[in-house]
Design a binder for this molecule. Structure first.
Ligand SMILES: [Zn+2]
Length: 275
């Protein structure tokens, strides 16, 4: 039974990944038809709308195939804009994860901003093995027949397993001089080990990267650095070792390669880093 569940989760994840092209076309067709405006804003919350539209349109595609036993559910009361792939005919409890096959963390980036504000900063141990990451790059586009009117469109995307991307992020974090809190070495001197800070990232200056890091690692004038998992920064490498690592992983891990390709296609800085 457990093996059947695993096989179903694997094929569902594969289906979500390979259906993305169709789904993105459907989202763009919808926004081109309905989301017309003049003078579109950046930082408008449109990224969150696009993330949600992807989930709803994917659900339409999944639900059109009656033999498929799963669909997407939008997780409520969650810090992240996440979906869960859930079994269609079972009860779903987001607290216990009963009825779930896996989760999907969704991120969006707007192409016209200088620096991507999207953050992929959950720690490796916070991810389930088969969790997916979906990243959408979008921008306002001019309507073909109405040059003054624009609509938001997805330009490019990555959908794949999240854990390999977190591993890539963490190795490069270390390579740039950052660190992670180790058991029995918490700067807060927590009495019970392992404490809740184990695995929290610190930057090269020893400042905590997340609000949940140790109190004693706050920065001067800032509560935390908040650079960890920045979509562009996380692929930055300082020296030769980092570049070599990126190249080796690119050649050996298809998920990491697809992510690096996605970023390199859209950001010259990343393209230069893997040359
Ligand atoms: Zn601690």
């Amino acid at each position: 039974m457990q093996n059947n569940r695993q096989a179903l989760a694997d094929s569902a994840a594969e289906n979500v990944i390979t259906s993305t092209h169709l789904t993105v076309n459907a989202v763009n067709a919808f926004t081109e038809q309905v989301f017309h405006t003049r003078g579109g804003r950046i930082g408008s919350g449109m990224g969150s709308v696009i993330e949600a539209l992807w989930g709803f349109h994917l659900n339409v595609i999944l639900n059109s195939e009656k033999e498929i036993p799963y669909e997407l559910g939008w997780i409520y009361g969650h810090e992240y804009n996440d979906f869960a792939c859930i079994l269609r005919n079972e009860d779903w409890d987001p607290e216990t994860k009963d009825g779930e096959l896996f989760r999907i963390e969704v991120k969006s980036m707007v192409a016209s901003a200088d620096e991507s504000k999207a953050h992929f900063d959950r720690l490796q141990h916070e991810f389930a093995e088969n969790e997916l990451l979906a990243v959408f790059l979008w921008n306002w586009k001019t309507m073909n027949d109405q040059p003054k009117t624009i609509y938001p469109a997805i330009l490019d995307y990555f959908v794949g397993y999240a854990l390999p991307i977190a591993q890539l992020r963490d190795v490069l974090h270390l390579e740039r001089g950052g660190s992670f809190i180790q058991k029995d070495h918490c700067p807060d001197g927590c009495a019970i080990q392992p404490c809740k800070h184990v695995g929290e990232p610190l930057n090269a200056s020893g400042v905590r990267e997340r609000r949940s890091g140790p109190q004693s690692s706050r920065g001067v004038g800032v509560s935390y650095a908040a650079n960890f998992g920045g979509m562009l920064r996380m692929l930055g490498s300082r020296g030769k070792t980092g570049k070599e690592y990126l190249k080796t992983e690119y050649a050996s891990d298809p998920t990491k390669a697809r992510f690096i390709d996605f970023m390199a296609r859209n950001f010259p800085r990343v393209a230069r880093a893997i040359k």
